[in-house]
Design a protein around this ligand. Structure first.
Ligand SMILES: Cc1cc2nc3c(=O)[nH]c(=O)nc-3n(C[C@H](O)[C@H](O)[C@H](O)COP(=O)(O)O)c2cc1C
Length: 202
């Protein structure tokens, strides 16, 4: 039995990210847990309109998405507590740039993406930025070829309900594969020739 627990957004745990932008000529980073995948080359982030970082993204229409690992837990939390309006947060990290002039990257994060804003939407006091990923940089230690291994990445997950950070539990199974352990329903059975026929795209 389930109990109704009110109008609660239960889409957690979510990935904890450090978003970078240039604000008043200086790099600034904030912590974001409200972000999502759109497709293989687009993502979205939801930022309070009043945040310092938001001003930089509105001005330059570029931002970076840096994925911290668990070794950066304290720095990640700190960037979600203090504002660049009063405190320089960039000196916590080694800041570098790729192709985009206004998307500062954090060298200590094992993954960084440079994004250009394609659309901005308003939802209450938040601005939703949709970004086209222009380039992704991944540490050699967490990738095999162009593929990122989430277990080697050790991302930080966040849950609003407990105000807690979590680690990844490990691989449960293979996507587009374990479902095939169930008996196929009759109509589907005629359209599938087996596991090798399944495509790993949406
Ligand atoms: C775990 C965590 C997740 C957060 N997620 C978001 C978020 O998704 N969107 C947002 O606008 N603020 C979020 N915040 C709050 C901002 O990171 C915080 O207010 C920050 O100090 C703003 O920095 P800035 O003014 O330098 O841009 C989060 C904070 C924490 C600790």
């Amino acid at each position: 039995m389930k109990t109704a627990i009110g109008q609660t957004n239960a889409l957690y745990p979510s990935l904890t990210l450090l978003i970078g932008a240039r604000v008043n000529g200086k790099p600034n980073f904030l912590t974001v847990a409200h972000a999502g995948v759109i497709d293989e080359t687009h993502l979205m982030i939801s930022l309070a309109a009043t945040h310092h970082t938001t001003q930089g993204i509105l001005e330059h229409r570029e931002f970076s998405v840096n994925i911290p690992d668990s070794s950066l837990l304290e720095e990640t939390d700190y960037c979600g507590i203090v504002s660049g309006k009063k405190t320089d947060k960039a000196d916590l990290f080694t800041v570098e740039y790729g192709d985009l002039e206004y998307a500062p990257l954090i060298r200590e994060c094992p993954v960084s993406m440079e994004c250009r804003v394609t659309q901005t939407m308003e939802q209450g006091r938040y601005l939703i930025f949709i970004g086209e990923i222009r380039m992704t940089y991944a540490d050699d230690g967490i990738r095999g070829g162009r593929t990122i291994d989430p277990e080697r990445l050790r991302p930080i997950l966040f849950a609003m309900s407990t105000r807690g950070y979590y680690g990844l539990a490990g691989r449960l199974g293979n996507a587009w594969d374990v479902g095939m352990n169930l008996p196929l329903r009759e109509r589907e059975a005629s359209s599938h020739e087996g596991r090798s026929n399944l495509r790993s795209v949406f």
